[in-house]
Ligand binder design. Structure first.
Ligand SMILES: Nc1ncnc2c1ncn2[C@@H]1O[C@H](COP(=O)(O)OP(=O)(O)O)[C@@H](O)[C@H]1O
Ligand SMILES: [Mg+2]
Length: 320
């Protein structure tokens, strides 16, 4: 099988996830390369390890760069800390006022609080950065390469975290508003209310996008090894809680060659796991990618990987 449906005009966001080292970054970039033949594509990494740069052999940072040797592919590595500080600096005034009106902290305490990293907030800001890109609409396709499983899940559940935070903040505001109304008789909305409303809208937009399977697709990447299969199963269960149901799975590192005794043994060793993948993920379209003799680095190797993902049919010939 090959990856299908990614060229659908409506499909904007494609997210790759899975255990560490299974080939997420390689597959995300190869997919983005394929899509960029017909669509203006942006590949986004949220992995703090700068793996896109390594894989493309080109420096990519927290600014969009054109990928060398392509005409319609760009890349960016979203750095969570930087995304967060950008957010804090843009909304500094509203955040400060929110804290001032809702707590008995003094100015120094508030400054300290604003410089602290709130758990989970970096994922939220990473996802917000992605959604902002999508809403700017400069690209046709956005391909997201995530850090290992736990991180992908935090990214997916970030709207829930942010929503919980907004609820607490709104409650504090409600008390403040009540106080002002009792003193002054009336209350006019200020920038803090506008800020919270804006955040609430962001959460809704992220949730709507993630749940819309015409617009967003999550592609798990797995390898024929026990731990990777278990982790992928858990990932799928957790994704389903957020109403995200993948349609296809990439099975990477499949040993095809029988050239040496080593290859033969490796191949035999993989057979039960391939069988297990077939059974465990029976409802998913399986896209097999062979184990390459060399690591996947640079455009040529990525193009080769691309052909396995989109052109070649590696039939499940081991299992019958
Ligand atoms: N099919 C493959 N054959 C050989 N090496 C591969 C294959 N897929 C990935 N790799 C290599 O395995 C390592 C991990 O791949 P990567 O895409 O970075 O995984 P992840 O993003 O899931 O951590 C990289 O060195 C990559 O070049
Ligand atoms: Mg990676």
């Amino acid at each position: 099988m090959t990856l299908t449906g990614l060229e659908n005009e409506n499909l904007k966001l494609i997210i790759f996830g899975g255990k560490g080292g299974v080939g997420k970054t390689s597959c995300a970039i190869a997919t983005a390369l394929a899509l960029s033949e017909n669509f203006k594509t942006l590949v986004i990494s949220t992995d703090p390890a700068h793996s896109i740069s390594d894989c493309l052999e080109q420096e990519v940072g927290f600014n969009v760069v054109k990928v060398n040797g392509t005409s319609k592919l760009s890349a960016i590595e979203v750095v969570a800390d930087e995304a967060l500080s950008k957010f804090v600096s843009v909304h500094q005034a509203a955040l400060k006022k929110l804290l001032e009106t809702a707590t008995s902290l003094d100015n120094d305490d508030i400054d300290d609080m604003l410089s602290l990293s709130i758990p989970g907030i970096d994922e939220i800001m990473s996802f917000k950065t992605i959604v902002d890109f999508i809403e700017e609409g400069e690209y046709d396709k956005y391909v997201v390469d995530t850090a290992p499983t736990g991180h992908a899940l935090r990214l997916i559940s970030s709207p829930k975290l942010l929503d919980a935070w907004i609820k607490v903040a709104a409650k504090m505001r409600w008390k403040y508003r009540y106080m002002i109304t009792s003193f002054a008789g009336s209350y006019t909305q200020d920038e803090v209310d506008a800020f919270l409303l804006g955040l609430k809208k962001t959460v809704k937009r992220i949730e709507n996008l993630l749940r819309d399977d015409a617009k967003c697709e999550f592609i798990p990447v797995c390898i024929p090894e026990l731990m990777a299969i278990s982790e992928t199963s858990r990932l799928l269960t957790d994704l389903s809680k957020s109403e995200i149901i993948p349609k296809q799975i990439i099975v990477n590192n499949v040993m095809i060659s029988e050239e040496s005794d080593f290859c033969k043994r490796r191949k035999t060793n993989q057979l039960p796991y391939l069988q297990s993948i077939s059974e465990t993920f029976s409802n998913l379209n399986k896209v097999e990618v062979p184990m390459f003799p060399e690591e996947i680095k640079g455009i040529n190797a990525l193009n080769e990987l691309k052909s396995f993902l989109f052109e070649s049919e590696l039939i499940y010939k081991h299992i019958k």
